[in-house]
Design a protein around this ligand. Structure first.
Ligand code: SAH
Ligand code: SF4
Length: 365
């Protein structure tokens, strides 16, 4: 059933949006604050309008029509408390996404032990078709709405009973291609009346959508930027990332410079090491030059094999050699080593496995 355009789920709204709705219903605007408390206060976080006890019943019913609460259903939780937990979520239209909770994640950014990172999805599928990535293999289905992005954090905190203090938009999809909904979700996650997570605790990863990188640079939010580079030259990058034909490396580097100057921030290059594709020492040298100009950090990620794709990671020797070429040139570089081999949690490559799981266990409606 298609819903009228005025229907916006509660968790998609900013405080001002909610105040506007209340004004239209000739209700005092202090109700907006009460409602946001029911939605986001860690002691409350109710999942129905009926639970908002201090609101008149007539108001609850009017608001539930235009601002339904539609938290996804948690279908499965796999993994354990000290390792990575994956939540499989079913959206209102039956689509599935995953959100991945990574405790004390040395695998991502550093060694701090109290870090609880959530890897958040931004779309169902992905249109960018990077050759090595599972998310793009089945193409793009749809954008996630702002509430579907925000819900991932609410549900992960509910299931784990823990507070998430680091977000990486590195799950399924290209956040920058869903810019409007994604940015709305970020502002709710960041807002003091919302989830209250500092923008510096959020990292958005992009395959390099140059105009959106510039747009984000012009936003006041101090969100961190990671670029899925995976190739330092156009010839290598274009082979594995079709987006490079539209936004070649030089243009991407200019947008990164703009971002890093506007935000006074160091950005990160993600670089998957794929045997025989992008692991040559000439590519490492060029990568070092690209990073030096920007004072960017480099995360090397040994490729995780994806069923049905021919790629594999280079030997540890080659990985170390690549790393030392960067370090010898004074570049801050690390290798992201997962706790287990090919841990499923490596974000952005989960969907196929999940779909197969769903098919085999008949989860799909
Ligand atoms: N679309 C965005 C956000 C997804 S992030 C982007 O591409 O940046 C997913 C991250 O996981 C990206 O850096 C992606 O390149 C990486 N990735 C995808 N497939 C992978 C694989 N098989 N092994 C390791 N990393 C992978
Ligand atoms: Fe999409 Fe990112 Fe995967 Fe490329 S790496 S297909 S942009 S999710």
């Amino acid at each position: 059933m298609t819903q009228p355009a005025t229907i916006r789920p509660l968790h998609s709204l900013g405080m001002d949006d909610l105040e506007e709705s209340l004004n239209a219903l000739v209700q005092p605007s202090y109700r907006a604050k009460q409602i946001m408390e029911w939605a986001y206060d860690r002691e409350k976080r109710v999942d129905s309008w009926e639970s908002m006890k201090n609101l008149p019943a007539s108001l609850r019913s009017a608001l539930s029509e235009i601002h339904p609460i539609r938290l996804p259903e948690v279908v499965t939780v796999s993994g354990s408390q000290d390792t990575t937990r994956k939540l499989l979520l079913r959206l209102h239209d039956g689509e599935f996404i995953e959100t991945v909770l990574i405790p004390a994640s040395p695998a991502l950014y550093g060694e701090e032990s109290d870090r609880r990172t959530l890897c958040v999805s931004s779309q169902v599928g992905c249109a960018y078709g990077c050759k090595f990535c599972a998310s793009g293999l089945d193409g793009w289905k749809r954008h996630l709405s702002a509430d579907e992005i925000v819900s991932q954090v609410l549900l992960a905190e509910k299931i784990s009973g823990e507070r998430i203090n680091n977000l990486v938009f590195m799950g399924m999809g290209e956040p920058m291609a869903n810019y409007k909904n994604w940015l709305q979700a970020v502002s709710i996650l960041n807002a003091p009346w919302g989830v209250g997570l500092g923008a510096r605790k959020m990292t958005v990863s992009t395959s390099g959508l140059v105009p959106r990188i510039r747009d984000l640079a012009d936003q006041p939010l101090q969100i961190r930027l990671a670029i899925s580079l995976h190739g330092a030259s156009d010839s290598v990058r274009s082979q594995i990332m079709p987006v490079n034909q539209k936004y070649p490396v030089a243009e991407l580097m200019e947008a990164c410079t703009y971002y890093s100057e506007r935000k006074k921030q160091m950005i990160t290059f993600e670089y998957i090491l794929i045997e025989g594709v992008n692991d040559a020492s000439s590519e490492a040298k060029l990568l070092a030059e690209r990073a030096r100009g920007l004072r960017a950090k480099i995360n090397l990620i040994p490729y995780n094999t994806v069923e049905g794709l021919p790629w594999k990671r280079p030997s540890e020797e080659v990985q170390e050699e690549f790393l030392s070429i960067l370090r010898d040139r004074g570049i801050a570089a690390t290798i992201r080593r997962e706790k287990g081999h090919d841990i499923d949690a490596a974000c952005g490559q989960l969907r196929r496995r999940v779909s197969a799981e769903i098919e085999s266990s008949n989860f799909a409606a």
